[in-house]
Design a protein around this ligand. Structure first.
Ligand SMILES: *[C@@H]1O[C@H](CO)[C@@H](O)[C@H](O)[C@H]1NC(C)=O
Length: 361
């Protein structure tokens, strides 16, 4: 389809044609597979892919005879739409056209772009014989906000990449038995190291952008594995790069599992007469807190569903525990004020002898 000659008036027609293209041009509807509109952003595509990949992985759907096909469709959809160039081609003329232009379908559906998502899929057992470079483990410090809402983080990796170089080098060295005839009926067997000659290579640093998705509900120590992005090995495969999630301390919230804890200081007046307030949550939404009853220092309330999202099911949330501290007034009270307060509270002085701290509960 030639676009150059089109006048603006032809544009609606072109759009119409594009819409029909999927039907006319053949191939799968990758947007439908991902459940997204054609206007979806790259991040939406990645998010949808991530969610569906977890859901549809054949290891988790052993009952479904179409599980492998569904997963492959999903991977193809992701491959086509996550890459700007491929997406453009696909939008223009569909899957068949994408295949014709080459370079499509090269992705191993079981080896995702984002590493293995930390779900430890089976079927990736490595041949122990193959030499491998070391894994690199890197901590990625993330905020609680990012773990609550999710985020995409770009990492620039300076990676040594092997390039052909002049000359040869010894490679694939192994021990072999060599038999030498010393005379009639006499042989000597010796072990010696035998190597092949390989073209020489050198390592050149190349910059590479890696994208890590911080998924809602991830926990400390969870890893993203970037296959083959670790240390290279001259005679074998590179190791993996493992990005490990580390939560930075937060000033307002503490996390335990999927639950969150926060403290609120209220005035003595509010503690006695009740209050209504909003506290901003990690994504900025307001959590409404109100009480009519008296609130004592150390009192704790539970807000269901206001904790962290659960990693496996982002629709489930933990509990938010709010603990109250009461700030007493510092001003001096006159004798009349004191009498007034006594009259209101009608609380006899505690006359018990000291019996240790009374735990508020
Ligand atoms: C809340 O207060 C307790 C007691 O002082 C403290 O141990 C805890 O770290 C505080 N939590 C937050 C989130 O600041």
């Amino acid at each position: 389809m030639k676009i150059h000659g089109l006048v603006p008036a032809g544009l609606p027609l072109l759009i119409l044609l594009l819409d029909f293209c999927l039907v006319l041009c053949g191939g799968r509807d990758f947007y439908a597979i991902l459940g997204l509109p054609r206007s979806a952003t790259t991040h939406q595509i990645k998010k949808a892919y991530r969610r569906l990949a977890k859901e549809l992985h054949p290891d988790k759907n052993t009952e479904d005879p179409e599980a492998v096909q569904k997963f492959q469709d999903l991977s193809a959809a992701y491959e086509a739409l996550s890459d700007t160039e491929k997406r453009e081609t696909y939008d223009r003329c569909g899957e068949d056209c994408l295949k014709k232009e080459g370079g499509f379908g090269s992705m191993d559906p079981f080896q995702s772009f984002f590493g293995d998502f930390g779900f430890g899929f089976g079927g990736q057992e490595r041949n122990k014989e193959v030499l491998r470079g070391a894994d690199i483990v890197m901590d990625l410090f993330v905020t609680l906000e990012e773990l609550y809402s999710g985020n995409f983080v770009e990492l620039t990796r300076n990676k040594p990449v092997s390039k052909p170089s002049s000359g040869t080098r010894k490679c694939n060295c192994r021990q072999e038995m060599v038999t030498r005839q010393l005379g009639p009926g006499r042989f000597q067997m010796t072990q010696q190291s035998v190597c092949d000659e390989c073209p020489n290579i050198k390592f050149v640093n190349e910059e590479k952008i890696l994208e890590v998705e911080i998924e809602p509900g991830m926990v400390d120590g969870q890893e993203h594995r970037f296959v083959a992005e670790g240390e290279p090995h001259i005679d074998g495969d590179p190791g993996d790069l493992r990005i490990r999630i580390k939560t930075m301390p937060h000033t307002k919230f503490e996390r335990k599992g999927d639950d969150l804890y926060t403290n609120i200081t209220i005035s003595l007046q509010d503690a006695l007469t009740g209050f209504s307030l909003n506290i901003p949550h990690l994504d900025g939404h307001a959590v409404h807190v109100s009480r009519d009853k008296i609130t004592w220092p150390g009192a704790r309330i539970r807000k269901k569903g206001e904790g962290m999202p659960n990693y496996d099911d982002n629709n489930l949330h933990g509990v938010l525990y709010i603990t109250f501290d009461v700030e007493f007034p510092k001003k001096e009270l006159s004798s009349e004020e004191k009498e007034g307060i006594k009259k209101i509270l009608e609380q006899s002085s505690i006359s018990k002898v000291y019996n240790g701290f009374r735990m508020s509960s």
